[in-house]
Each structure stands twice: as C-alpha cells, then as structure tokens.
Design a protein around this ligand. Structure first.
Ligand code: FAD
Ligand code: DHB
Length: 393
C-alpha cells in the first residue's frame, strides 16, 4: 500500500471538511482531504441555502466570503404563513441588526475548493476512506481507495467530516458512542426552478394540506419545498402537481400567485434528528452531519456543521501549534451544548409547521405555537435569535 504523511487527515469535502481545511491551511498546518465523490458532483449537489449571521462572518474571516458577500442575498426578515394569512418575523429588528444570507451550499463548496486548489493543499477526489485505523495511538491513519489504488494516510489527527452514514461515526467500537435518533412522518420534495422569486423573503407555510417553503438562490432562480409523505417518490409528482400544490399551500387571501418556471433539479429527502455523543474517539474528531442530523425546517444543518469546524479548527491549532490539548479535550462538550440547541429549534420548527392527518389536538397545538411566535414579542425574539444566529449565541 502507498503511504502519505500529513498532520490532519480530513475525510469528506462537504462544507465542514473544506472549511476545516481552509482554517488549518491558514494556520500553516498540513492537511489532506479525501472525498469519495468527484469534484463535479460535490460542486453541483444542491442542498442548503441559508447562512446564519455569525457563520457568514466565520466564512469571511476564513478568507472565503468574497463571492458570498457579492452574490448572496441578505434578508432582514422571514414570513410565516398559516390559517390563510401572512406574518412577518422582523429578524433584524428583533436581533439588534442581524441578518441571514441566502447563498447556495454548492456555491460555498466551489469557493472553498478553489481556495484549497490555489493554496496547493491536496484534495483527493474519487477517493473513499475505507478504514480509520489506530485511532487511540499518536499516529492514527486513514486507509483510502482511489483511482491510483490503495493508500494509507498517517497523521496526528483524523477529522471525520464525512456526513450522515459516513465511516467516522461508525468507527468507535461498540459502547463508546451513544446515539439519539428520531424520524419524522414526512419528507421534503425540493425543487430548483428557473423562475424569478415571487417574494423578497423566505416563506414557511403551514397549510392544512401540508408544509411548503419558498426560498430562492438568485433574482432568476427559486428554490421551493413541499412536505410529502415518506412513502411518496418523485414518480408521484408531475411538474403540474408540484406547482399546483405549491400554489395552494403558499397562497393567502392577498398574496401574489407563485411564479412558475422550468424545474432544473428535484429530490426527496427524509427527515431525521440524530445526535452522536461524544464527538471524539481518541484521535478521531467528528464534525458536521457525521455527528448530528437536524430536520431541514429551520435551516440549521450546514450552519451547525460550520459551527463545529470553528471549534475544531481552534482546538487543533492549540494542540498542533502550541502543544496544548485542553481545548481538544473540551471539543465534544462545547459542541454538544450548541448541537442540542439546534436540535431543539429544528424539532420545534418541524413540529409546528407540518400538520398531522386526523390529529386535531396536535394541529391545534401547532397553530397556537405559530400564533405565539408571531404575536408575542418575547417569543418572536427567541425565534429570531435562533433563526438568525443560533451557532454564535
Ligand atoms: P456533507 O455535506 O454531507 O459532506 C460529507 C462529504 O463526505 C460528502 O461529500 C461525502 O461524499 C463525503 N464522504 C462520505 N463518506 C466518505 C468516505 N468514506 N470517504 C470519503 N468521503 C466520504 N443546512 C442549512 O444549514 N441550511 C439549509 O438551508 C439547509 N437546507 C437543506 C436542504 C436539503 C434538501 C438538505 C438535504 C439538507 C439541507 N441542509 C441545510 C443540511 C446541509 O446540507 C448539511 O447539514 C451539510 O451538507 C453538512 O455538511 P457536512 O460537510 O457535515 O456533510
Ligand atoms: C432552504 C432550506 C431550508 O431547509 C430552509 O429551512 C430554508 C431555506 C433553502 O434551501 O434555501
């Protein structure tokens, strides 16, 4: 087997692995990133779109924010629609001026890959980690399989940023990790459409026929989601049915009709909450979706992943540059406090916005929560702080 030596071996070139690479490169720490998919695949994978206030600043501080600041859409509020009317949550007014930035995850991934390429730090695409070895020794390694065969990457630390169902979370031996999990009885059908956004701000809608979300990517591209049953597939949803359902669920007595256009991307995602504790095993540090999943209502997944990386990069710099491992020892505890807050908020948003068939008690509770979030200044402030900047609170 061929051999390679680096200081931090990073598994996964999603937002977490790439931002970690960027922050460590800036601190002159050598890294190798391995990614089982191709560069084209990861640069085109359509996913998250909402970047929190503090996370946008983190991306900027890492030197990766130029295009996000130039092309990202800055929003000062968000709409909640229910019972036929629209209620705006004034995010900036309620948070002392904070905003969210709408910028596609795949655009951030492109920016981070371009920076990594320019720095000369190696990224091995089409290369899957197959085993994480000797994680309790001072020289752990990652075994990978790529276009030029098998390779062993020996390092000081392994960063497991390989997403849900990755290798990192399943590498600690049984008994070392506790897993918390909940699945929800709905999925999201997401589309990207060549249509000018109908409104300026995001709309989360609870309609008796189900959930709908209006988001966007640019002045000519809309991103929309429908809550669907987990048993449904894309074959059940013709373009006409998608637009008809979006228009019914998003309409209120005085709202404009939803702009329609060709659908360029579509997918169905199931909804789960998962937390793995602790986020460390020996010299393996786990970050992002590899350690936790939130249902997408609330837009916390990528933000949480980048929040972990802020913590992990600082801890690795302390350990590798100053020889002080105390921050690394505290990594999991510090992250999990924030992770559980995001889990709570995403669960609250999910359970407030997805009606449950024939459960009138649950549906009445959901509507009461929505009325409270949009009529009580205190509840509105908590919502706005969590939505805008949970990962920096
Ligand atoms: P990932 O992006 O999953 O990256 C992990 C990488 O590891 C992948 O590229 C994978 O190919 C690679 N990998 C896996 N196994 C191996 C292996 N063995 N060897 C090498 N490489 C491997 N979050 C938000 O914050 N805001 C939103 O608005 C939002 N909307 C979403 C909408 C949808 C429809 C979906 C599906 C998700 C959404 N999310 C959102 C969640 C967000 O996309 C994820 O939380 C985010 O991608 C996590 O980043 P990550 O780097 O931890 O993991
Ligand atoms: C988007 C995704 C989300 O999960 C969300 O809550 C808001 C917006 C988006 O893709 O734009």
């Amino acid at each position: 087997m061929n051999e390679l030596r680096t200081r931090v071996a990073i598994v996964g070139a999603g937002p977490a692995g790439l931002l970690l690479g960027q922050l460590l490169t800036a601190a002159q720490i050598d890294t190798v990133v391995v990614e089982r998919r191709s560069r084209t695949y990861v640069e085109q994978r359509v996913r998250a779109g909402v970047i929190e206030y503090g996370v946008a600043n983190l991306i900027d501080d890492a030197g990766a924010g130029a295009r996000m600041r130039a092309e990202g859409l800055v929003h000062h509020g968000v709409e909640l629609r229910f019972d036929g009317s629209t209620h705006r949550v004034a995010l900036s007014e309620l948070t002392g001026g904070k905003t969210i930035t709408v910028y596609g995850q795949q655009e951030l991934v492109k920016d981070l890959i371009a920076l990594r390429e320019a720095s000369g730090a190696p990224t091995l695409f089409d290369t899957a980690a197959t085993a994480l070895v000797d994680l309790n020794s001072p020289a752990p390694s990652v075994e990978v399989e790529g276009p030029s065969g098998a390779l062993r990457i020996t390092c000081d630390f392994v960063a497991g940023c390989d997403g849900s169902f990755g290798l990192a979370a399943s590498s600690p031996p049984p008994g070392h990790v506790r897993r918390y999990e909940r699945t929800y009885p709905f999925s999201w059908l997401g589309i990207l459409a060549e249509a000018a956004p109908t409104t300026k701000e995001l709309i989360y809608a609870r309609h008796e026929r189900g959930f709908a979300l209006y988001s966007m990517r640019s002045p000519t591209l809309s991103r929309l989601y429908l809550g669907v049953s987990p048993t449904e597939t894309l074959a059940d949803w013709s373009d006409d049915r998608i637009w008809e359902e979006l228009s019914v669920r998003l309409s209120t007595d005085d709202s404009p009709a939803v702009n329609v256009g060709p659908i360029s991307e579509r997918s169905i995602t199931s909804m789960r909450s998962v937390v793995i504790e602790p986020m460390r095993y020996g010299r393996l540090l786990i970050a992002g979706d590899a350690a936790h999943i939130v249902p997408p209502t609330g837009a916390k997944g990528m933000n949480l992943a980048l929040g972990d990386v802020r913590e992990l990069a600082a801890a690795l710099v302390s350990a590798l540059v100053e020889g002080d491992e105390r921050r690394l020892d505290d990594y999991s505890r510090r992250c999990l406090e924030r992770v559980w807050r995001a889990e709570e908020f995403s669960n609250y948003m999910t359970e407030m916005l997805h009606p449950i068939d024939e459960d009138e008690f649950e549906n009445a509770v959901q509507r009461t929560r929505l009325r409270q979030a949009t009529s009580s200044p205190e509840a509105g402030t908590v919502f706005a702080r969590n939505y805008c900047d949970l990962n920096s609170l």
